[in-house]
Design a protein around this ligand. Structure first.
Ligand code: NAD
Ligand code: TYD
Length: 339
């Protein structure tokens, strides 16, 4: 059995990775360590093979917990993070610094003590390159993160590279583009807009940012790329993971309206995100040379995703009734009233 420590495996991409790995390989065992913050949700793991999965409720900043979880593991894949740019801007970024930097440092330090780890994969983001008007970033380009979230992710990456250079720890870094699919917490634009449309509620589009561009990657394709890099990625290297499906926010919004059968009167213009990065774009030749390609087109992925949210109200309705309400009021209603 291959034993993999997945941190943040109750979140969106982490839970998809756990589910997919257990389906793709019969000889994989997953230890899943997750703090269950507002974004972590055991519902995301419903139906997985419990025989080959152990869940540990814990924090990656906690030495004892991580040291125990790491026992006998061949690989570590770190998804655990505070992930929402708007929260890092509007609600303070202390948790971001703690988990995304200190937590990564803790994982690396304990990883350094264990001798049998084949690879530590740090899941990072295209946001570390910052906004670019034209062209696509390659892995050797300078970083230029411009919001507290992306700065914290960038610092985590640099710490990973420091452990590679200083202690030969087999660290690899992945930089994924905007990812979407089932079980994504509905603060991110796609699940927020899809579920709001299904409830006949307004879609809060950032005014002035409607032509901003993101590159959209279906979650299972992202997981396939991470698996490949975990096995074949070279220590000390960075790998961009991008689909090449670049869309303006207004196009994404109209697609959601079309697929949910709603009209544009549901669009609500709200104040823009401060320092809103205009466009993210990465070149992914390096991982494509390893044999990866996205298998799910934007059209197919968004259709599948809308269908999933239509059929799984049980999953998102209770989330939107909890702490999410307070977040939504502060993020959208209060800010809109102030302007
Ligand atoms: P998410 O917010 O859905 O999940 C994060 C998970 O981490 C949650 O389950 C949460 O409980 C857990 N967590 C947070 N702090 C923790 C801590 N201190 N200890 C243990 N667990 C903790 O995030 P996601 O969208 O699935 O993103 C996963 C990773 O992928 C992140 O590192 C993120 O930066 C990166 N990423 C995300 C995207 C995207 O579009 N979603 C794109 C590129 C990269
Ligand atoms: P988001 O899903 O937060 O991802 P990221 O900021 O990591 O790219 O946002 C994607 C895009 O959608 C981004 O350009 C901001 C925009 N957006 C809105 O217009 N309205 C919203 O309510 C949200 C959450 C995002």
């Amino acid at each position: 059995m291959e034993k993999i420590l997945v941190t943040g495996g109750a979140g969106f991409i982490g839970s998809a990775f756990v589910r997919n790995m257990l389906n793709w390989y019969k000889d994989v065992y997953i230890v899943n360590l997750d703090k269950l913050t507002y974004a972590g949700n055991l519902d995301n793991l419903k139906g997985i093979d419990e025989e080959r999965h152990t869940f540990i409720h814990g924090d990656i900043c906690d030495y004892e917990v991580v040291a125990k979880a790491l026992e006998g593991c061949d690989y570590v894949v770190n998804f655990a993070a505070e992930t929402h740019v708007d929260r890092s801007l509007m609600r303070g970024a202390v948790d971001f610094l703690r988990t995304n930097i200190e937590g990564v440092y803790q994982l690396l330090s304990i990883g350094k003590e264990k001798k049998n780890i084949k690879k530590i994969v740090l899941i990072s983001t295209d946001e570390v390159y910052g906004s670019r008007d034209e062209g696509s970033a390659v892995e050797t380009d300078p970083v230029n993160p411009r919001n507290p979230y992306s700065v914290s992710k960038c610092a985590g990456e640099l710490m990973g590279l420091a452990f590679y250079y200083s202690f030969h720890l087999p660290v690899v870094i992945t930089r994924g583009c905007n990812t979407y699919g089932p079980y994504q917490y509905p603060e991110k634009v796609l699940p927020l807009f899809i579920t709001n449309a299904l409830e006949n509620k307004p879609l809060p589009l950032y005014k002035g940012g409607e032509h901003n561009i993101r590159d959209w990657l279906y979650v299972d394709d992202h997981c396939k790329a991470i698996d490949l890099i975990m096995r074949e990625g070279e220590p000390g290297h960075i790998y961009n993971i991008s689909a090449g499906f670049e869309k303006q926010n207004i196009e994404v919004t109209k697609k959601v309206l079309e697929l949910t059968g709603k009209d544009e009167s549901l669009i609500q213009w709200v104040p823009d995100r401060p320092g809103h990065d205009k466009r993210y774009s990465m070149n992914s030749d390096k991982i494509r040379k390893l044999g990866w390609n996205p298998l799910v087109s934007w059209e197919e992925g968004i259709e599948r995703t809308v269908k999933w949210y239509k059929e799984n109200e049980w999953w998102w309705k209770k989330i939107k009734e909890g702490e999410f309400r307070e977040y939504y009021r502060k993020q959208y209603i209060d800010r809109t009233e102030k302007t």
